[in-house]
Design a protein around this ligand. Sequence first.
Ligand code: ACM
Length: 542
Amino acid sequence: MDLIPAPVAVEGLAPDGFLLDRSTTLYAAPGTETTERWLRSMVGPALGLQLLPGDERAKNSVALHIDDALEPEAYKLGVVRSQGIEIRGGSAAGVFWGAQTLRQLLGPDAFRRAPVHSDKKWVIPFTEIEDSPRFPWRGMMLDVARHFLPKDDVLRYLDLLAAHKLNVFHFHLTDDQGWRIEITRYPRLTEVGSWRSRTKHGHRASELWDETPHGGYYTQDDIREIVAYAAERHIRVVPEIDIPGHSQAAIAAYPELGNTDVIDTTTLSVWDTWGINANVLAPTDNTLRFFEGVLEEVLDLFPAATSPFIHIGGDECRKDQWKESPAAQARIEEFGLANEDELQSWVIRHFDTWLTARGRRLIGWDEILEGGLPAGAAVSSWRGYGGGIAAAEAGHDVVMCPEQHVYLDHRQDGGADEPMPIGFVRTLEDVYRFEPVPPGLSEEAARHILGTQANVWTEVMQNRARVDYQVFPRLAAFAEVAWSPLPASAERDFTDFERRMTTHYARLDALGVDYRPPSGPLPRQQRPGVLGRPLEGPPPNV
Ligand code: ACM
């Protein structure tokens, strides 16, 4: 069956099976409508079957049920002789993950958008599968600021996450190089902040420029559509508005947000190259009010039910300008802070209080630990395990996403053909062997590891094809890390995973994913002559 991610338990696999045909019906018990709609709209067309509404007791049917005895995201999938297929889930989400397994059981052609063989027999082996996720947070972060991905590509990624039973989409919407979300009260954020006139091609040390103006943004209706599309697939969206660093696009749009007593911020434009930028927000009341206004609209667009967490970045905020700024120094004095790091912490605390008062939880990159973190805030541990360990030991919830392991912008092979090679070599096997819970963590602290996410930074991913290449096949390995139980030996069986991948590549082909083939990049996937920044040796185990 070659399921990916591997389920917890499979029983009674028989050589023969159940045949889905034109008379197979679909029964959806109350509460399972998302899966009913998904099966009819996404799987039915591939099979060439309508899956007409059927009776609960029909013999030749797919039946969907909620089963309160199961954990919310758990499911049982039974394919039985007398009945057909039954999926029971602990909640609507569990049923949906069961349906993802069902599509895999149908074979790679079930991942297409239309049937390719009119006489194809859709047979599923008689079996019983019991399954549930290891972690409640199974995510992918997509950076649409460095390179904008049109809305359709974002929706497609939500489908790809769902196909891998991933349930968190961390949406990196703002950065120095672009502001991607319409904020109606501040129109210049997108009028000015979503466009740049040219772009560094390759790593920042590259001498190449792409002189094509680049940019774009999601209207508020686009955002609502993305959020609704994700919710229909049981994916939570974590919007990220990155402050107080990574903000040059916002400052280019509204120069008063920057440190105007240090530099002439009216000369700034949306950044056209990569790196850690000295142009950061001024820690003034005006800036705080401005971002409260931004977040008011963000909270409106991302409802609490599906976006309990709001990400406020907090990473890589250079303090050069705050050191020189009389206004920033006056703030440090006013609040009795020790230094600029504490000033950053003060800004983060401000928004933690603000979000908490509105029923949301703040999450930020692990730099937000510096200077102390308010009780309910959570941490994305990216600079290694260290921040996550410290946060979990202090009782904060943690998402493990160390750059040394699950940054999918890092190159996936050491070969010379790897396009724009960045960072450490992180092969499919390396990602497969990534363990989100570091050894030695106390049981109590381990409970704070909500899960893990793979991060996709797009400085050298100019379009969907480049994103696909970096993300796949490694996201399939990551999905198994996030979903499947760790064997008692604590060693995952990569040989078996690789064997199952031969079927999974066919699924990805059917989905039209432009993955990196095991044999290396296709000629059109190579980028000869475009400078990357490969780091040598194994990544430090931090
Ligand atoms: C990050 O990679 N700067 C979170």
